[in-house]
Design a protein around this ligand. Structure first.
Ligand code: ADP
Ligand code: MG
Length: 240
């Protein structure tokens, strides 16, 4: 579904991704962790072409992304992304936030888009918030709206970049619960998070990044009980 071969990326003189090889199969759930600044966000932003790469090859669902340019619409529409900051449109209601993309990009009618939106609002358990504005919702509710908004585009891959990092502690589990359920549907998911309980529950594979490299990749059991590299052990000691 996703393949990186020797992918590098720099910001000026700074090499943020250093010859990354990485693969995700259909339905695979991968959790990416690592110290701040290690390149996790850049890695997943390269998957949907939010950040163009400079060298190597990225293939997403059989489409090769061009170096230094935006991803083709087919890739952008097939890959949903949820950010730390929810990025909802403040001047639109929850329902309008959810119907905008499908009407514009998927050419759904208003009625079809509403039906899709309500289906996903039910999935994230806040259908009663449909007519509210984002500021009227809690952080956890806003993030669930953001997840529903992505799902309304019917993506085949979902990327999450520290989706619970901006939330008050008591709201983290309501978002993680929704993500666990999504994992149960067979969605291909790449999740940058330090929520290791979540990782143990849903990850097929852990990826540990440091200084722009994938230092270690292993199933969660092996990753948590017997990390091979010192850098990974140090990191886990800090966060667990
Ligand atoms: P992580 O998500 O692991 O914290 P990032 O991928 O966000 O790491 O960033 C890796 C490094 O690249 C950081 O040192 C960051 O400062 C730098 N970086 C990220 N985006 C940019 C940018 N647009 N311009 C310059 N440097 C950037
Ligand atoms: Mg980041």
């Amino acid at each position: 579904m996703i393949r990186f071969e020797g992918v590098s990326k720099r910001f000026g003189d700074f090499e943020v991704l250093k010859s990354i090889d990485f693969e995700a199969r259909q339905g695979e759930r991968i959790v990416v962790c690592g110290p701040s600044g290690s390149g996790k966000s850049t890695l997943i932003r390269c998957i949907n072409g939010l950040e163009p790469h400079d060298a190597g090859t990225i293939t997403v669902e059989g489409v090769t992304l061009g170096r230094g340019k935006a991803a083709p619409a087919r890739v952008r529409n097939g890959v949903g992304m949820v950010f730390q900051q929810f990025n909802l449109f403040p001047h639109l209601t929850v329902l309008q936030n959810l119907t905008l993309g499908p009407i514009r990009a998927r050419k759904l009618t208003q009625a079809q888009a509403r039906e899709t939106a309500m289906r996903y609002l039910e999935r994230v358990r806040i259908p009663e918030q449909a007519d509210k504005y984002p500021r009227q919702l809690s952080g956890g509710q806003q993030q669930r709206v953001a997840i529903a908004r992505s799902l309304c585009m019917e993506p085949r891959i979902m990327l999450f970049d520290e989706p619970t990092s901006a939330l008050d502690p008591e709201m983290i589990s309501e978002v993680l619960d929704v993500m666990v359920e999504l994992a149960g549907t067979g969605m291909t998911m790449i999740v940058v998070t330090h929520e290791m309980g979540f990782a143990r529950k849903v990850a097929d594979r852990m990826v540990f990044m440091d200084h722009g490299q994938i230092v270690e990749t292993a199933p969660p059991e092996a990753f948590f009980t017997a990390p091979r590299s010192q850098r990974c052990r140090d990191f886990l000691n800090k966060i667990l």
